[in-house]
Design a protein around this ligand. Sequence first.
Ligand code: C2E
Ligand code: CA
Ligand code: CA
Length: 573
Amino acid sequence: MKTNILIVEDELLIAKNLARKLKKLGYNVNGIVSSGQAAIAKFTETQPDLILMDIAIKGDMDGIETATQIRDIDDVPIIYLTAYADDETLERAAQTGSYGYLLKPFKEKELHATIKIALSKHKEQEKIQKSFVEYSNTDWMYYDNLTNLPNQLLLRELFEQQQQKYADTILPVMCLNLDRFGRINEFLGSLNGDLILQIIAQRLTNCVGGNGAIARLNNDEFAIIFNPVSSENAIVNYARHILQELRRPFFLEEREIFITASLGIASYPHQGQEIDRLLFNANKAMKYAKKQGKNQYQIYSQDFELPTSGDLSVEADLYYALEREEFQIYYQPQINLKTGQIIAAEALLRWYNPKRGIVGPNQFIPIIEDNGLINPIGTWVLQQACRQVNAWHRQGLQPIRISVNLSANQLKQQNLYEIISQSLSDSKLDPQYLELELTEQILIDDVNANIERLNKIKELGIKLALDDFGTGYSSFKYLTKFPFDILKIDRCFVQDIDRNPTNDAITKAFIEMAHLLGLRTIAEGIETEAELAVLRKHQCDEIQGYLFSPPLPAIEFEKLLATSKTGIINAVA
Ligand code: C2E
Ligand code: CA
Ligand code: CA
């Protein structure tokens, strides 16, 4: 039986030429249409085996949208035809579960090969779906009853089937773990926690579509096995898309909830031969993503043998680092958007170890948080930073604020008030120039005690900023109980803000709400002029990011400050 093919192409000459080629190759062309609407109608009427879809067709829907709608009706292999291929278009196309692309102009051979591959991919896909059906009598054994997703058992079977069929290809396995889910669960109750998991499961299903299978492993941990990809990197687009989708806020009990996830990826065959090893390595990569600050993906690599707490040599090195003077503070400017001037600096810790070189805080802060070294090291940062800014003030440089990170553990110190007041008096820094950055964690744990602690240290005349806003649990209603002055919008909302309507809307809302509550806003992680323009439009007060400067050693920051009196960016009229 001949394969029936539908051509969707609005340039008649090209379409006819294509039809001729297909016939020559032994296919049957059962229609040529030139718009999305006509394609859907023809598809329903003739049920072709395959569709060749031009991406740039005239009318309301382009080829990708048309394909999405057709695949909602039935799973048919669709090959895209396109004259150019920018990344964004390819990414969109990949997300609709594409079976292949042909870049115009193409040769007969390419056409033939792409069609053959698409048809065989589709056949395998159907078999997998059928095998789901076979399990239906023993459903309860193979499915997670909260989310209706396959469970670990079914995942293993599915993977083995994939592996047998695609022995010579790359099969990616992804581990996904929600960030801070435990806290959210604790805070909102486990019924709401379950609801969130169901929403997440649905979002994942929408993201992955026909490109793989999702399983819930346990609690807030999911795994996804993907259909074969051409290279290990091909999975990156999926990872980005998933992170993006999960980040979209949702409402629960009048609260706006933000959930992010960390993803780890390991691919068969190079990063593991069987499913256990792949899950293990993907999990390792996921943990690495968490240590790097969460809300991101990592592809497994043999190099990341993590220094973790329990790694005694790192702990020992850290233990002596303070007395060996291996720590250094880098300063990153914060800029007032109205005046264009540097008005503050964030103090960011660096560890320079002769053996290990420069180590970033994401690598060692989790370790010193675990073993308690954060307290003495944090005190040192505070003293040092206060001393440094006051020295700059005395040199006659413009008087800037210094912003110091304070972890939730540090906030619990009995003598924190004394530590701060001592730092201020030792350095002779006017308290209005000191600001402490705290993360949202303190809004969840030990809330009343934290409010009290913060009110007490505020009496010293210092400022408080809420760091990484939006990444954990955030509710404005709740926020008002805390004596914050500044809201720091996390980098993940700023990223691509010029091209990402969701981020744009979220950031705009954050800024408006903050202003209503009398808080100033600072956005961090600005990397492009386009991002800056959007933040300016939304009247963000302050900004920080690589676009202006990375964190700098004191001496270089001093130079920057000295040469930028009139402003680092153009002031707004
Ligand atoms: P954070 O407080 O969110 O600090 C901002 C981080 O974003 C810094 O990373 C900074 O270098 C980075 N960054 C700034 N602008 C950009 C940008 O435009 N693009 C990108 N991609 N990144 C940008 P860093 O210095 O590695 O610090 C990581 C985290 O370590 C900090 O995150 C903070 O949570 C923690 N940390 C650093 N120093 C200290 C400290 O002295 N005490 C405590 N408790 N935590 C610290
Ligand atoms: Ca910070
Ligand atoms: Ca931050």
